[in-house]
Write a protein that binds this ligand. Structure first.
Ligand code: NAG
Ligand code: NAG
Ligand code: NAG
Ligand code: NAG
Length: 370
């Protein structure tokens, strides 16, 4: 009798365990469904977009956009159905008549922007917020990340055709064996073999933007283990103990998208270059690229001769891979750069007045402010 009761209670326990297990499985399935990881997401592509595709211009700003006037002329010669604008700026910063003379930017700030701390993963979080907001519009098919010191080098129609002629993202992504920026604590999810480096200034196709926004695996690891150290002062460095120099200077914004796309097995879907030209100051005593910093173009640097030199660049050399990348878009040779940074207001004004971004009409900018 006692034996039978024990057997019955064991059966009941077993039943409880099994049904609890089933419940857990269902919950897990629901969770997977609502929170797809990048590879799963890629197996569920969105239906192809029918209609006029848009380019989403995503500005990462610290406050206002000092070069709004050049972008105003750029967008003015464009069909409004072919582009959209999103700005991530300091929380609470509103783009309106008081903060920009260009109506294209009015109300285009993200309402959920965050405080971006230099060298922290908050920079990539801001990028993901921009991508997420822009994904809401199904017409957005290309996503161009820009800084507040970027300028366009061509008119809108050239830029539009260029970006849509390739079905790949423009992301310079390369192996980085010489620099010790990889933190082994990220393994096994991020292995050294999958660790990539590149420029922060990328252009993504819609599918890859979805991968970046859906990612809840790689980003938390970056937040935990990938931090940027302050730039080392050469004079101070002489007195520094070697152990300090060995610290990982990770630079999240130059590794995140590249590493994520590599782990998602998307390397083949990239044109492996950035569309944004940056002049590096290599005159520093150290040849290490770590100590290079971007040069700011002043009025004198923005001569038509110099700008045309940049526009005529047709290939880029990657020293760490001994690789010469010919700039192609859908297998056709094209100029490498559509955008450039870092430009002062004077340099951007000169670019504009030379008519390099399309017909310059100062009157429209002045009337738009009234
Ligand atoms: C932010 O909110 C304002 C006011 O509600 C709205 O007009 C604007 O479109 C929003 N910005 C974005 C990028 O959605
Ligand atoms: C735009 O720029 C391209 C390349 O520089 C040029 O061939 C074309 O005529 C320009 N279009 C307009 C409308 O200015
Ligand atoms: C790329 O070029 C091929 C052949 O010229 C063409 O059929 C295809 O439509 C092009 N792709 C895009 C995205 O324009
Ligand atoms: C490059 O850096 C050096 C040392 O930091 C500085 O003196 C020089 O003015 C910089 N050159 C440019 C073009 O910014």
């Amino acid at each position: 009798m006692a034996k039978k009761r024990a057997a019955v209670s064991m059966q009941r326990n077993l039943w409880l365990v099994v049904s609890f297990g089933v419940l857990l499985c269902v919950l897990a399935l629901l969770r997977i469904h609502s929170h797809q990881s990048p590879p799963e997401l890629l197996r569920n592509p969105e239906p192809p977009f029918v209609g006029i595709p848009k380019i989403a211009f995503l500005f990462l700003a610290r406050g206002h956009l000092p070069l709004d006037f050049i972008w105003h002329c750029f967008f003015q010669n464009a069909d409004v159905e072919r582009f959209s604008i999103y700005i991530h700026s300091a929380p609470g910063f509103v783009f309106n008549k008081a903060t920009t003379r260009s109506p294209f930017f009015h109300g285009r700030q993200l309402n959920n922007s965050i405080q971006v701390a230099w060298g922290e993963s908050s920079m990539i979080k801001a990028e993901r917020l921009l991508l997420g907001e822009a994904l809401e519009d199904p017409a957005n098919q290309r996503f161009v990340l820009l800084s507040d010191s970027c300028v366009p080098l061509y008119n809108f129609s050239f830029t539009y055709k260029y970006l849509l002629s390739s079905s790949k993202s423009f992301v310079d992504s390369f192996l980085n064996t010489k620099e010790s920026r990889y933190n082994p604590k990220m393994s096994p999810t991020i292995t050294q073999e999958k660790w990539r480096k590149g420029s922060q200034w990328i252009t993504l196709v819609r599918e890859h933007a979805r991968v970046a926004v859906a990612d809840d695996v790689i980003f938390p690891l970056f937040r935990k283990y990938c931090k940027r150290r302050p730039a080392l002062d050469i004079d101070k460095m002489k007195n520094m103990k070697p152990v300090v120099q060995k610290e990982h200077n990770c630079i999240p914004d130059e590794h995140y998208i590249q590493t994520l796309l590599s782990i998602s097995k998307l390397d083949d879907e990239l044109e492996r270059r950035t569309l944004t030209y940056t002049a590096w100051n290599v005159s520093s005593t150290q040849m290490d690229r770590q100590n290079w910093h971007p040069v700011t173009f002043k009025y004198a640097d923005a001569s038509p001769h110099h700008i045309n030199e940049i526009k005529n660049i047709g290939h880029v050399y990657y020293p760490t891979e001994y690789r010469n990348e010919w700039c192609k878009s859908n297998a056709t040779l094209v100029p490498c750069f559509l955008f450039a940074r870092k430009f002062s207001q004077g340099a951007a004004m000169r670019l504009l007045s030379e008519g390099l971004v399309g017909p310059f009409d100062a009157a429209t900018l002045l009337t738009s402010s009234s």
